[in-house]
Design a protein around this ligand. Structure first.
Ligand SMILES: C[S@@+](CC[C@H](N)C(=O)[O-])C[C@H]1O[C@@H](n2cnc3c(N)ncnc32)[C@H](O)[C@@H]1O
Length: 204
């Protein structure tokens, strides 16, 4: 492909991506409550539990997600998908993958966990500890071992640094023990590079 064609292809792909984000957020009435992205310091602690050679699917992530970036740096093959690019987790599945790692949308937690458990493959999903107050995890994991990687400090998803809940990885068939307590090094200035995807929508 010559340089001109390559340039047009890049512009076309960018345009498609921007329109997908625009359409998605319009459809959501610009409620961006799901758009809380995970900082790198909350991604790193899960990496050591992923078996070498796994193909990791990040189903709520773009190329700018700290999951995608850190997993690739650690040498994993990564499949990533996101509603912005028209890949709805509830209908889309990559052809090859071994394990799911991500932070899912908070608003459809129950359905996300049900679908993950139905796949029958290992997963680790970052989720609010408040969810344990709900009956949903009890019902969804009934008869299955819910594993928890519990952090000592709260994860700050944006620059406001006012997160009213702690977060843990809710896992299945993933951790060496059912409960692991882990210290994290919080860096309140660290923000996910995935916020770049939303920059142009800030005036929405
Ligand atoms: C809590 S955010 C976390 C994003 C990213 N995984 C991270 O940790 O930085 C959840 C993301 O899932 C996206 N999302 C919502 N519904 C989705 C769906 N049905 N399929 C794929 N992505 C979805 C949201 O737009 C949002 O960007």
């Amino acid at each position: 492909m010559n340089n001109g064609k390559l340039f047009l292809e890049i512009i076309k792909n960018k345009f498609i991506q921007i329109m997908s984000i625009y359409n998605y957020t319009k459809q959501q009435n610009c409620k961006l409550s799901d758009e809380r992205y995970t900082p790198r310091y909350a991604v790193l602690p899960i990496l050591k539990y992923i078996p070498k050679g796994s193909i990791v699917w990040c189903p709520f992530d773009t190329q700018n997600s700290e999951y995608v970036i850190a997993l690739k740096e650690a040498g994993f093959e990564v499949e990533y998908s996101h509603i912005f690019t028209g890949q709805d987790f509830f209908t889309y599945e990559p052809k090859y993958w071994d394990i799911i790692v991500s932070n899912p949308p908070f608003r459809r937690k129950r359905q996300v966990f049900e679908r993950c458990l139905n796949f029958g493959k290992p997963f680790a999903l970052l989720m609010s500890n408040l969810w344990l107050n709900d009956k949903a995890p009890n019902q969804v994991f009934k008869g299955k071992d819910l594993e928890l990687l519990i952090f000592d400090c709260r994860v700050h998803y944006n620059e406001l640094n006012q997160v009213p809940f702690g977060s843990s990885y809710y896992c299945y068939n993933f951790l060496p023990k059912q409960i692991i307590l882990e210290d994290i090094k919080v860096d309140k200035k660290s923000q996910s590079r995935m916020y770049k995807d939303l920059n142009f929508l800030t005036k929405c």
